[in-house]
Design a protein around this ligand. Structure first.
Ligand code: NAD
Length: 240
C-alpha cells in the first residue's frame, strides 16, 4: 500500500481525526510561508521579519510594523485550496474533530471549518489597545499608516507577535483534542515555532501522519510521512 492509500484508509476508518497545520497549508492559496526558499524570511527588508513582527518592535515602531504587515502579511484575495476544503468536508462528515492552526489568515473558516483553534490569532480580528473596540480587517487596511481608534488609541491585530504569549485556553483545548485524537495529521509546518510545535507531543495514538513538502523534525516519529504539496495530497486522498 502506498502512502496516499494508507492515509485514505486511516481517514476512512476514523471518526476522531485532528489536524495540526501551519503556513504550508496556505501556500497553494498564494500566501507565502516563512521558511521556504521563496518564503518571507528569504526576502530582503530593512530589518529581519522576525524583528519587525515582534512585540517590542511593534511598540517602538508601529508605523514600520504596519508598513510591513499590510504589505506582506495580508492577502485579502486568497481563497481556500483543496486542503482547506478537504478538512472542512471531513468535519462536516463527522470524522474530523478540530483544525489546530498556526495560520492567521482565516482560510479554514472561509472553507467552512467550524472548530478552528487559531494558536496565533487572526488578521480578521483587531482591537483598540486602549478601549478594546473591535475593528475589521478592512478597517485596518483602509486606515492610512497606523490604524487609530475613535478614542485615540492604537488598533492592534489579534495576532501573536514574537515575545507574546499564546492564549492559554486555546492551548489547553488544543492539548485536549490532540491527546484524545485517534489520527493526528500534521501538515504544512516546519515544526520549529514553539510552543505551538510542542503540542504534537501530547498525541498518544499510533496514527501520526506528517504531510509536508520538506523534511520536518518529527518525520522520524511519524507512523506515516507523505511528502508533497498538501493540497494535492488531500485532493488525491479524498476526491475534493
Ligand atoms: P514555516 O514557514 O516555518 O514552514 C512552512 C512549512 O510548510 C515548511 O516546512 C514548508 O516546506 C512546508 N510547505 C510549504 N508549502 C507547502 C505545501 N504546499 N504543502 C506541504 N508543505 C508545504 O511555517 P509554520 O511552521 O507555520 O511557522 C511559521 C509561523 O508563520 C506560524 O507561526 C504562522 O503564524 C506564521 N505564518 C502564517 C501564515 C498564514 O497565516 N498563512 C503565513 C506565513 C507565516
Amino acid at each position: 500500500m502506498n502512502e496516499i492509500e494508507q492515509l485514505k484508509q486511516w481517514i476512512q476508518e476514523s471518526d476522531n481525526i485532528v489536524f495540526f497545520g501551519g503556513a504550508g497549508v496556505s501556500t497553494e492559496s498564494g500566501i507565502p510561508d516563512f521558511r521556504s526558499v521563496d518564503g518571507l524570511y528569504n526576502q530582503k527588508y530593512d530589518y529581519p521579519p522576525e524583528t519587525i513582527i515582534s512585540h517590542s518592535f511593534y511598540v517602538r515602531n508601529p508605523k514600520e510594523f504596519y508598513r510591513f504587515y499590510k504589505d506582506r502579511m495580508l492577502f485579502t484575495d486568497a481563497k481556500p485550496n483543496a486542503a482547506h476544503r478537504a478538512l472542512a468536508a471531513l468535519e462536516a462528515q463527522g470524522k474530523l474533530k478540530a483544525v489546530i492552526t498556526q495560520n492567521i489568515d482565516g482560510l479554514h473558516q472561509a472553507a467552512g471549518s467550524r472548530e478552528v483553534l487559531e494558536l496565533h490569532g487572526s488578521v480578521h480580528r483587531n482591537y483598540c489597545t486602549r478601549c478594546g473596540k473591535f475593528y475589521s480587517l478592512q478597517q485596518v487596511i483602509d486606515a492610512e499608516g497606523v490604524p487609530t481608534c475613535d478614542c485615540g488609541g492604537t488598533i492592534k491585530p489579534d495576532v501573536v507577535l514574537y515575545e507574546e504569549g499564546l492564549d492559554q485556553r486555546t492551548l489547553q483545548r488544543a492539548v485536549d483534542y490532540i491527546r484524545n485524537a485517534d489520527v493526528l495529521i500534521i501538515g504544512g509546518t516546519s515544526l520549529v515555532v514553539y510552543p505551538a510545535a510542542g503540542l504534537v507531543d501530547y498525541y498518544r495514538g499510533s496514527k501520526l501522519v506528517v504531510i509536508n513538502k520538506t523534511v520536518t523534525p518529527r518525520d522520524n516519529f511519524a507512523n506515516l510521512v507523505v511528502s508533497g504539496k498538501i493540497g494535492e495530497v488531500f485532493a488525491q486522498g479524498m476526491d475534493v
